[in-house]
Design a protein around this ligand. Structure first.
Ligand code: AMP
Ligand code: ZN
Length: 117
C-alpha cells in the first residue's frame, strides 16, 4: 500500500527513528510519544489489524517485543510498560498498518488508559 506512512518509513522513503529491526518487524519511535521511550512495533509487511498477522509470526513478535521492552527498561525509561494495540477506527486506530504501542511507565507518571467518560 504505497500511501501508508509506515510502509514508506520501512521502504526508506520517509524518515523515521527505527531503534531495532528483526526479520519481520521494526521498532519505531512514536512521533508523538505519550511517554519518553514510546515505540511502535510494526510488521515490515503491510497488514491492517491483528486478524491479518499470520499466526506463525507470533513467536517472533513476542520475542521482538520483549527485547525492545527490556532495552527500554535497561535505559531506565520506565519501571513498567504497557503493550497496547488499537484495531480499527472505533478502537482508536489511526494508522491502518498493524502495530503495537510499547509505552514505558513510571509510578505517578499521570498516564491513564481506558477511562470511560
Ligand atoms: P494508532 O492510533 O494506534 O493508529 O497510533 C498511530 C501512532 O502512530 C500514533 O501514536 C502516532 O503518533 C504515530 N505516528 C504517526 N505517524 C508517525 C510517523 N511518521 N512516525 C512515527 N510515528 C508516527
Ligand atoms: Zn503499510
Amino acid at each position: 500500500m504505497n500511501s501508508c506512512i509506515f510502509c514508506k518509513i520501512i521502504a526508506g522513503e520517509v524518515k523515521g527513528e527505527v531503534i531495532r529491526v528483526s526479520d519481520r518487524f521494526i521498532a519505531l519511535k512514536d512521533a508523538h510519544p505519550v511517554a519518553p521511550g514510546h515505540v511502535l512495533i510494526i510488521p515490515k509487511q503491510h497488514f491492517v489489524t491483528l486478524f491479518d498477522l499470520p499466526d506463525n509470526w507470533g513467536s517472533e513478535l513476542l520475542t521482538f517485543t520483549k527485547a525492545v521492552a527490556s532495552s527500554l527498561l535497561d535505559k531506565k525509561l520506565g519501571d513498567g510498560f504497557n503493550v497496547i494495540m488499537n484495531n480499527l477506527e472505533p478502537a482508536g486506530q489511526v494508522v491502518p498498518h498493524a502495530h503495537l504501542h510499547l509505552i514505558p511507565r513510571k509510578d505517578g507518571d499521570g498516564i491513564r488508559f481506558f477511562t470511560k467518560v
